[in-house]
Write a protein that binds this ligand. Structure first.
Ligand SMILES: Nc1ncnc2c1ncn2[C@@H]1O[C@H](COP(=O)(O)OP(=O)(O)OP(=O)(O)O)[C@@H](O)[C@H]1O
Ligand SMILES: [Mg+2]
Length: 157
């Protein structure tokens, strides 16, 4: 199953993210794949809202630390592996405790670690279509996509 969602503003991407966050269960891994500036961090900000991460926490990319962790209804583990030098860096930090933990993992540039991603990972491919236009393609976790699709049809996206 695959759904394609058009976003015409960062607010729309935030809203899609919020739906994804509201739908996610403990141990969910969400792999974000898209070029620079396609909205990966923006989508993650929406996911954080959906997980009820308190507004006091700004969600910015954890460029130098690999991961930022936020409390929420479910914890958010936000990875940005743009600068990852090798898988060993992830092993050293015990990434499996996050991927298979009780929170929700979001990974920017996830295509760099495809073999490490658990079965059932939700993939979100983001593509630039114009200054404010982005295309989001969701695939990889049919159960979650079904729920997201229903919420989108109800007017959420
Ligand atoms: N429809 C849209 N969805 C998301 N972002 C949009 C959209 N339209 C414009 N933008 C703008 O595009 C930029 C997206 O930036 P963002 O940091 O989320 O991208 P990114 O994919 O995380 O980039 P990076 O690869 O540098 O981490 C923001 O400035 C945002 O305001
Ligand atoms: Mg980013």
């Amino acid at each position: 199953m695959k759904i394609v969602i058009a976003s015409k503003s960062s607010e729309e991407t935030l809203r899609i993210g919020r739906i994804i966050g509201e739908t996610a269960s403990p141990g969910e891994v969400i792999a974000l794949v898209g070029e620079l500036g396609t909205g990966k961090t923006c989508l993650t900000q929406g996911i954080a809202r959906g997980l009820a991460v308190p507004e006091a926490y700004p969600i910015t990319s954890p460029t130098f630390t690999l991961i930022n962790e936020y409390p929420g209804q479910l914890a958010l583990y936000h990875f940005d592996i743009y600068r990852l030098e090798g898988v060993k860096d992830l092993e050293d930090m015990g990434y499996e405790d996050y991927f298979y933990g009780g929170g929700v993992t979001v990974i920017e540039w996830a295509e760099r670690i495809l073999p490490l991603l658990p079965a059932g990972t939700l993939f979100v491919y983001l593509a630039y279509r114009g200054e404010n236009d982005r295309e989001l393609i969701l695939t990889g976790n049919n159960e979650l996509i079904g729920k997201i699709n229903n919420l989108c049809k109800e007017g959420g996206c």
